[in-house]
Design a protein. Structure first.
Length: 303
């Protein structure tokens, strides 16, 4: 495969890798939003439950290795770089290294599958800001969103089947994604894409099984309306309807990072247990070879 690019940039959110990183990381994430210190400390406790380490950085290392293996097996001779929005390796530092290595034009594969402000537009702004920090920086083009691609959908289909396999036959499917404020730009497109991806996975994994799309991980003042329902509220509603088992599919996420490991595996699973609802959580694509092939396939389309 030939390409007009001379590098691939894996761009992700970032996360702390030790207890001393937690509060500085959260300050990076919330900079300019005037979040009270006590709120940061409360969220920090989620990370401290896991030793102050978010799994996202190691998951990015794993994905980077999987992408490199896919490139090698298909004759793609492009280096793969990795940069983060909110923690090391910071995106600007990565861009600086790319320039030093002679990279002139790179494609960016973002660990966010959807359109929308926080899932797409902010990454574009981060790329622009990082390039401004580096004189004569490489051109960086973000690859298209991929929420409808088989490399994203098919791992979720298999994971959904696995989650359902250990539950009663009448289990219900719950698809979940990060909530955003109703006022956020492109919110409608984000929701439309989430609904389409959820529908596709449900139809392929468990035709005829009832499913719902819900949200998680909201932040901000209670007076600000966000996408609803929240997953814990929805579990209470299903309990009132007599639902005995749920398979939760984190369709809004590409890897099992902290908002999956805590908000679902701890908080939502704990609420389900209190309600007497059997709970299973489907895995995310992570470093699945089908997902790791997506950058190559998207690059091939961009030739």
């Amino acid at each position: 495969m030939t390409s007009s690019y001379d590098a691939l940039l894996l761009l992700s959110f970032g996360g702390p890798e030790g207890p001393d990183d937690v509060i500085p990381f959260l300050e990076n994430v919330t900079r300019g939003r005037d979040i009270p210190r006590e709120r940061l400390e409360a969220v920090g406790e989620h990370y401290f439950l896991f030793g102050g380490v978010s799994p996202i950085n190691q998951l990015c290392r794993d994905l980077k290795s999987a992408i490199e293996a896919d490139f090698a097996s298909h004759g793609v001779d492009l280096p793969v770089y990795w940069g983060n929005r909110n923690w090391t390796p910071y995106l600007a530092d990565t861009v600086r290294q790319m320039k030093a290595d002679g990279v002139r034009r790179a494609a960016a594969f973002v660990t966010s599958a959807y359109s929308g402000y926080s899932t797409n537009d902010q990454y574009l702004a981060d790329i622009a800001r990082a390039r401004e920090e580096v004189e004569d920086a490489p051109v960086i083009d973000k690859l298209p969103v991929y929420c409808d691609r088989p490399g994203f959908i098919d791992p979720f289909v298999d994971a959904t089947k696995d989650a359902l396999s250990g539950l009663p036959a009448d289990a219900r499917l719950i698809f979940t994604a990060h909530s955003v404020p109703l006022s956020q730009p492109n919110r409608e497109l984000y929701v439309d894409e989430l609904e389409a991806a959820s529908r596709t996975v449900a139809e392929k994994a468990a035709p005829g099984t009832p499913w719902d799309l819900v949200y998680q991980s909201r932040s901000g003042p209670p007076t600000q309306p966000w996408l609803e329902p929240q997953i814990t509220d929805h579990l209470e509603k299903l309990h009132g309807e007599g639902v005995r088992a749920v398979a939760v599919v984190p369709i809004g996420f590409v890897s099992d990072h902290m908002e999956v490991k805590y908000d679902l595996d701890v908080e939502a699973a704990g609420r389900a247990e209190e309600l007497g609802i059997a709970f299973a959580r489907a895995a995310t694509p992570g470093a699945d070879p089908r997902f790791a092939a997506l950058p190559r396939l998207l690059l091939d389309e961009a030739r």
